[in-house]
Ligand binder design. Structure first.
Ligand SMILES: [Zn+2]
Ligand SMILES: [Zn+2]
Length: 389
């Protein structure tokens, strides 16, 4: 059965996966690496070695880094268009999607909890602006739906937006795992699925129940299209903005939704423990291999590990698990906390407190593909939790 799984998703296998019994030791294994590498590893994995190295971040730093990512992505696309540097295009598109996703899944999301800017009005204005720029659900509707997602009785039911969005691409709990993998791959390439999602976003942007939102969206998008027309920049606009905002955005979003929560049969009562059991951190990275004193083996193993960290794990951190999404478990335990700004350290601190208090422990998965594998297994056995209203 395991071999079948590896055929379906060959990337999940790596030779060091069985060396560490406890996932808590994965980040610990990297402590032998030089001190200058640690801040980068802390960001990449979203897990610190210790709390002493805490870096405080502000809402503005998150907002600025998101906008910089977007500007860098669009600028590099422009460069690759005008200098025949087409090989830069994949990088520029990944950066653009990363910026767009961070704008939605981090800034817009935390605005709905009123935990980005100081006042409720400022958070609403920012959230509404993002919803128009990204052509997504209007902010007030999102805020209402998102509260259902945070309710223990709403989470992972048919009223939950995460379950609804997965259903839109054919990912429904209770299907065989191989079928779920097939539907996931299909959701990346199917023109029908993308067109359906685009139509849904079109309706949410221009035909929502909020007329003021619709009017503002029509003004913004008309002005944008008018400017593009004046500049004769349709080809550039389609590649630099529309393609990452639609196809690539949908792929990133589906992957993220799949690992956002997991399904469990362990807890029948819907309470705080149910939320904790269904929300597991997903860290991008894997344990540094233990290879003894043989220098040749060490060089080979460390080179393999470094390449994987800087390709596979970095890609998923930038393309899918942007901002505080690896620590989504901390957010569900502390939904309105402003501590999310320094999420890496906030989660670590809370994890230690939870241990001391004897509460439901935090759990973690290392490697995005391992999280997909685990969640699709759980999803295929989750018939009982998926109640339709
Ligand atoms: Zn969630
Ligand atoms: Zn939330």
């Amino acid at each position: 059965m395991q071999n079948v799984d590896k055929l379906v998703n060959p990337l999940i296998f790596h030779p060091y996966e069985e060396q560490y019994d406890s996932t808590e030791l994965v980040r610990e294994s990297m402590s032998v690496l030089p001190a200058w590498m640690q801040p980068m590893l802390t960001w990449l994995t979203a897990k610190p070695i210790h709390l002493k190295a805490k870096v405080e971040r502000s809402a503005w730093s998150h907002l600025c880094s998101t906008l910089c990512m977007l500007i860098a992505g669009v600028s590099i696309t422009y460069l690759s268009f005008n200098s025949n540097w087409y090989y830069l295009l994949p990088l520029s598109l990944v950066l653009t999607v990363s910026g767009m996703r961070k704008l939605q899944v981090v800034i817009y999301h935390h605005c709905s909890h009123n935990s980005v800017l100081k006042t409720k009005t400022a958070n609403s204005i920012l959230g509404e602006t993002i919803s128009i720029i990204l052509a997504i659900k209007n902010f007030k509707n999102y805020q209402k739906d998102h509260m259902v997602h945070h309710n223990a009785h709403g989470l992972l039911t048919s009223r939950d937006e995460t379950v609804q969005d997965l259903e839109k691409v054919g990912l429904i709990p209770g299907q065989a795992k191989s079928n779920l993998y097939l539907r996931l791959y299909l959701s990346f390439v199917s023109p029908l699925i993308h067109l359906r999602l685009i139509w849904g976003r079109f309706k949410a942007t221009f035909l929502s129940n909020n007329y003021q939102h619709n009017l503002l969206a029509i003004c913004f998008w008309s002005l944008l299209c008018f400017t593009v027309n004046i500049l004769h920049a349709w080809a550039f606009f389609l590649v630099a903005w529309v393609f990452p905002l639609t196809i690539l955005y949908h792929i990133s979003r589906t992957l993220r939704l799949l690992v956002e929560h997991t399904w469990t049969n362990d807890i029948s009562e819907r309470n705080r423990d149910f939320i904790a059991a269904t929300t597991i951190a997903v860290f991008c990275g894997e344990a540094l291999p233990c290879v003894g004193r043989n220098n040749y083996k060490k060089i080979v193993a460390y080179t393999y590990w470094s390449i994987k960290m800087m390709t596979v794990h970095l890609f998923f951190r930038v393309f899918v698990l942007v901002g505080d999404t690896p620590c989504h478990d901390f957010h569900h335990r502390n939904p309105s906390s402003k501590e999310w700004l320094s999420y890496i350290y906030a989660r670590e601190k809370d994890q230690q407190l939870v241990k001391e208090r004897g509460q439901f422990l935090y759990k973690e998965t290392w490697g995005f593909l391992a999280a997909i594998e685990r969640n699709l297994s759980a999803m295929s056995q989750a018939r009982g939790l998926y109640e339709r209203s």
